[in-house]
Design a protein around this ligand. Structure first.
Ligand SMILES: Cc1cc2nc3c(=O)[nH]c(=O)nc-3n(C[C@H](O)[C@H](O)[C@H](O)COP(=O)(O)OP(=O)(O)OC[C@H]3O[C@@H](n4cnc5c(N)ncnc54)[C@H](O)[C@@H]3O)c2cc1C
Length: 426
């Protein structure tokens, strides 16, 4: 099978039978994975970011040694070469168990991008290490003045003999403080239009000249970092894909990211519906209505009914869109539909919880059974921004799926040096 240009699957005769896989996986999971505490979310808080990363690495290593890592990854790079059905079974069976969620982007986004564009050397060096839990990867894309309009980024990678010398800064890099490698998108040509002069390069995070600072969020966690590059030297062999073709690489990276959110990527890690592991959304909301004495309140009951409808319909709708992308009925930018559906539904669940929970949800802390919904509501907003905001997903759907006219951009065709001159930045 091909996922976004990546061959992943064994020949039919070599594929393990679904029932035998389920049986083997079930026994192994029960014997080897830690269970989640009842009522807690899939994110197990084990202390500092470093402690959490160490725990995720060791859990991923355990899964690798148990023979379950990289269910849809190619066998030649350490994966199992199995199917989406095997992966779905794994995700279902691991509900209620701790899984190394920190590897979600490594396995769902960066690994598939490397499989698609990386050199043989890059793939054989890094992909098996990702699956063994030895390499956590992150994306260095956004900059303070380049988020939605990513192609306007200012970080430059100047070619000097066999190296690129990188100068500039990046921001909002998830989990960079505990990662090992980044894919950085940088400008390698100033004399062409903004999309045409970018390149994707692998940056080891112990590179000299790289300064990394964690950013503290309103939720109290520091899962993002900002980075500053001062003559960071990277070998030219770290280029992913071709020089100045970074825009095509990042478009595919976004495709893999949208598929990860839509649970159709090479990532095996269950993302989890609402914050609970096994309970359905409506059970959570009914418990919340009872805790706030609102189970007879007609507005609360209507909200729970709405959540039930969304919960029942979202998964089959996502499945249908996935199938239509796979069969070519919808073009690949339709992956934005997956992201939009998943993130808006998730956000609506949390919003409904806030409406039912009222002041207690807003004011009480995370330790309170009602107050924790306030925290989850704050966290849910990130889904509508990360990897492209909901507005940008809607733009992509209208322009690239429906073929409506593209948004006008005055600087799209100008050489980037001239754009900088006009803004007095050269
Ligand atoms: C949880 C999370 C994780 C992230 N992880 C990473 C990461 O690992 N690496 C990384 O590089 N970045 C990461 N980001 C950054 C993310 O990619 C950007 O925040 C996102 O692309 C939006 O860019 P911005 O924040 O600069 O907002 P802006 O681009 O400044 O947008 C501000 C607002 O304007 C709207 N807007 C902008 N342009 C348009 C338009 N043309 N049409 C309609 N509306 C528009 C946007 O929708 C938004 O509401 C992460 C962000 C979050 C929240």
């Amino acid at each position: 099978m091909r996922i976004g240009g990546v061959m992943t699957q064994l020949a039919d005769s070599d594929i393990e039978d679904i029932d035998s896989f389920r049986d083997r996986a079930q026994k192994w999971i029960v014997a080897n994975l830690p269970t989640l505490r009842e009522g807690t979310g899939p994110d197990v808080d084990t202390g500092s970011n470093v402690d959490q990363a160490n725990r995720a690495r060791s859990l991923q290593r355990t899964i690798y040694e148990g023979g379950f890592a990289g269910i849809r990854y190619p066998v030649e790079y350490g994966g199992l070469g199995l199917t989406r059905e095997h992966q779905t079974i794994w995700r279902e069976l691991t509900a209620g168990y701790e899984v190394p969620r920190l590897f979600k982007a490594t396995h769902g986004i960066l690994g598939p991008t490397l499989l698609e564009f990386g050199s043989e050397e890059q793939k054989s060096m890094h992909v098996p290490a990702m699956l063994r839990g030895e390499e956590l990867w992150v994306q260095f894309l956004s900059e303070p003045s380049a988020g939605s309009d990513l192609a306007s980024l200012l970080t430059q990678a100047r070619r000097e003999d066999d190296s690129y010398v990188v100068n500039g800064s990046k921001i909002w890099s998830s989990n960079a403080d505990v990662a090992d490698f980044a894919m950085i998108l940088a400008r390698t040509n100033l004399d062409v239009a903004k999309h045409a002069g970018l390149s994707m390069i692998i940056m080891p995070l112990n590179s000299s000249g790289l300064t990394l600072r964690p950013i503290q969020l309103a939720t109290g966690v520091a899962e993002f970092c900002e980075e500053f590059f001062d003559d960071v030297r990277l070998p030219v062999k770290n280029l992913v894909g071709r020089e100045n073709d970074g825009w095509n690489v990042v478009l595919r990276l976004f495709f893999h990211e949208r598929n990860t959110v839509g649970e159709n990527s090479l990532n095996d890690i269950r993302l989890g519906g609402i914050e609970v592991n096994t309970a359905r959304v409506q059970d959570e909301l009914i418990a919340l209505a009872k805790a706030t004495n609102r189970e007879s309140d007609s507005h609360a009951r209507q909200l729970i009914g709405e959540a039930l409808v969304l919960d029942i319909l979202t998964d089959p709708a996502i499945y249908r869109v996935n199938k239509q992308i796979e069969s070519g009925l919808l073009p690949t930018p339709a992956a934005s539909i997956l992201t939009l559906m998943r993130t808006l539904t998730q956000y609506r669940f949390k919003e409904i919880a806030m409406q039912i929970g009222g002041g207690r949800a807003a004011m009480n802390g995370q330790d309170d059974e009602v107050g924790r919904h306030g925290h989850h509501w704050l966290v849910a907003r990130i889904g509508t921004i990360a990897g492209g905001s909901s507005e940008m997903q809607r733009n992509a759907i209208s322009e690239r799926v429906l073929g409506l006219p593209r948004e006008r951009a005055a600087d799209a065709e100008l050489p980037f040096r001239e754009v900088l001159n006009r803004h007095g930045k050269s």
